[in-house]
Design a protein around this ligand. Structure first.
Ligand code: PLP
Length: 376
């Protein structure tokens, strides 16, 4: 199979990640719970992963790195941990349902939100965010890179504007972590949510919440942490505040190895490779008069490794089924859990065919896809 669905989860994982995951699932005791050597060793390994993530993402301290199940859990921890009736939130029109659905759920309890129309012109996007702020705006949420269109939003500038107004900002880095530079401290991101299983090349079932201002969040899950056990109160210090119950130890060890892979390969090289492939695909598809491309040609630094398009009047699901069945090519069609982003480009009815390479994708694989589209 030619796998071009890395925005959903990266495949294959690096050999080192596969090995680490397999070893960890055979050898570990429960970390942070017991006073024996095996438990200490597991805690130490988890702490190392926290240190690596804190360094890579400018978390400020390893304690600000909290392990979650995926990006969605991290987003829920911020949104539900922070907002209550009467609060207002500003989000972009590129947000994933990981953001929209928890907000919609809270809207039934008196939380309101404004969806800002983004633009190719960063200046316009920035002023749209500024215009949407209200006196009761408690949080701004912006995705770093659209999971449908690959468009990178000016999150650093939006964060600087939020800081002027004293409003916290949460970044959804689902498609940018491991690909674009993210430094929460330098950029003033209060919360960064990310999966471990996409651009960080870790296993599914892993995610990270970088919480630079943990004091702003209430807990959404409470339970055993292995610390301060005498008290029925959840510890108020991170990461224990947000990590109850036995962690996904094998997953975290796999993620730790994924972080090593990203660090040694470097996000810049990963981005350069993916950008080269999406630009190549764009140029190739642009020659096919039946293909509709919605965004400008991917530009290094302004787009992530995601490209979506449609073919003739075909529904995108039909195109994906054809690629899968006739050519063994895996892409993702439909709405990609991001209806707002499809509304922006008028593709709510058809959806779009999304191609997302990884560092392991080759030019030949991209050319095979383009040839298969030509033959439709
Ligand atoms: N946010 C964006 C932009 C995404 O692309 C995704 C997944 O594709 C998510 C959030 C949710 O990530 P996860 O599946 O790790 O919860």
């Amino acid at each position: 199979m030619i796998y071009l669905d890395n925005a959903a989860t990266t495949y294959p994982k690096p050999q080192s990640v596969r090995r680490a995951l397999a070893n960890a699932s055979m050898t570990a005791a429960n970390p942070g719970r017991s006073g024996h050597r095996m438990s200490f060793a597991a805690s130490e390994q988890i702490y190392r992963c926290r240190v690596k993530a804190a360094e890579l993402f400018g978390a400020g301290s390893p304690e600000n790195v909290c392990f979650t199940l995926n990006c969605t859990y991290a987003a829920n921890a911020v949104i539900k941990g922070m907002l209550s009736s009467g609060d207002h939130v500003v989000i972009s029109d590129m947000e994933h349902n990981a953001v929209v659905r928890p907000l919609h759920a809270l809207s039934k309890q008196g939380v309101s939100y404004t969806v800002v129309t983004t633009s190719e012109d960063d200046e316009k996007t920035l002023s749209a965010f500024r215009d949407a702020l209200r006196t009761n705006t408690k949080l701004v949420i912006c995705t770093h890179v659209s999971n449908v269109w690959g468009i990178k939003l000016p999150v650093e500038r939006i964060a600087a504007m939020c800081s002027q107004y004293g409003i916290p900002i949460m970044i959804d880095a689902a498609q940018s972590a491991g690909v674009f530079k993210i430094n929460a401290q330098e950029s003033g991101f209060d919360f960064v949510c990310m999966p471990g299983h996409k651009g960080l090349y870790g296993p599914m079932g892993t995610g990270l919440l970088i919480a630079r201002r943990p004091e702003l969040l209430s807990t959404t899950i409470e339970g055993g942490t292995g610390s301060a056990s005498l008290s029925p109160e959840q510890p108020d210090f991170p990461p224990d505040k947000f990590e109850s119950g036995t962690p996904n130890y094998p997953g975290i060890i796999g993620l730790s190895s994924g972080l090593d892979f990203v660090k040694s390969t470097t996000p810049a090289r990963i981005l350069a490779h993916e950008a080269q492939l999406t630009s190549m695909l764009y140029d190739r598809l642009a020659k096919n008069s039946r293909v509709t491309l919605y965004t400008p040609r991917p530009e290094k630094g302004r787009s992530g490794g995601v490209l979506s398009f449609n073919v003739g009047s075909y529904n995108s699901e039909k195109v994906a089924a054809y690629l899968n069945e006739k050519h063994g090519i895996a892409v993702r069609a439909g709405l990609h859990c991001a209806p707002l982003a499809h509304k922006h480009f008028g593709t709510l009815e058809t959806g779009a065919v999304r191609v997302s390479p990884s560092y392991f994708t080759t030019q030949n694989e991209i050319l095979s896809l383009a040839r298969a589209i030509d033959r439709m």
